[in-house]
Design a protein. Structure first.
Length: 170
């Protein structure tokens, strides 16, 4: 058999189209926001198409679930941007998953916070703007941190979803 005649075996597990990161030629701020938005979308996609019980299911010893990941990142974005960068006095959402949580409600809350975060970032005078009361931390660092944390947890979501129902793809 030659490489030219070889064909890949058909997958036996559900596969969704793999979405690639956006190609973007904007400035640093818009590039960071575009990549963060892509990672957010990748994470939320993992919570769609399954029922609430499956999305709440803890399939690893740490107890991590798909809904917990989304709620955790909602709290992280609130903490880092609204509170620590913008100095707003807001309640940080709890990341405990309850029986009332659904993929839709958790994703909706995450999207709302993400939109507020994006608005704050776009209105910031500079990525060099410092965080309130945190020496040596500026908005650039906060965005880089959120990007890496969101990407890390989107990868966790990939694995959880595959363990839950075999679905793969970003």
């Amino acid at each position: 058999m030659t490489w030219a005649s070889w064909t890949a075996p058909k997958p036996t597990i559900p596969c969704v189209p793999d979405l690639k990161p956006p190609r973007f030629a904007g400035d640093e701020r818009e590039t960071l926001l575009a990549l963060l938005g892509y990672q957010r979308s990748s994470l939320v996609r993992k919570t769609t198409g399954i029922d609430g019980a499956a999305a709440r299911r803890r399939v690893v010893p740490s107890g991590t679930s798909l809904l917990w990941l989304v709620k955790h990142l909602t709290a992280a974005e609130t903490t880092w941007v609204l509170c620590r960068y913008a100095g707003r006095e807001v309640d940080v959402p709890d990341d405990t998953v309850t029986a009332e949580d659904s993929s839709s409600s958790v994703a909706s809350a995450y999207r709302a916070v993400s939109q507020t975060v994006d608005d704050i970032v776009r209105e910031a005078p500079s990525l060099d703007a410092p965080c309130w009361g945190i020496d040596g931390t500026n908005l650039r660092w906060v965005l880089a941190h959120l990007l890496e944390e969101t990407a890390r947890h989107a990868g966790h979501a990939d694995i959880l979803r595959e363990l839950i129902d075999g679905q793969t793809g970003r």
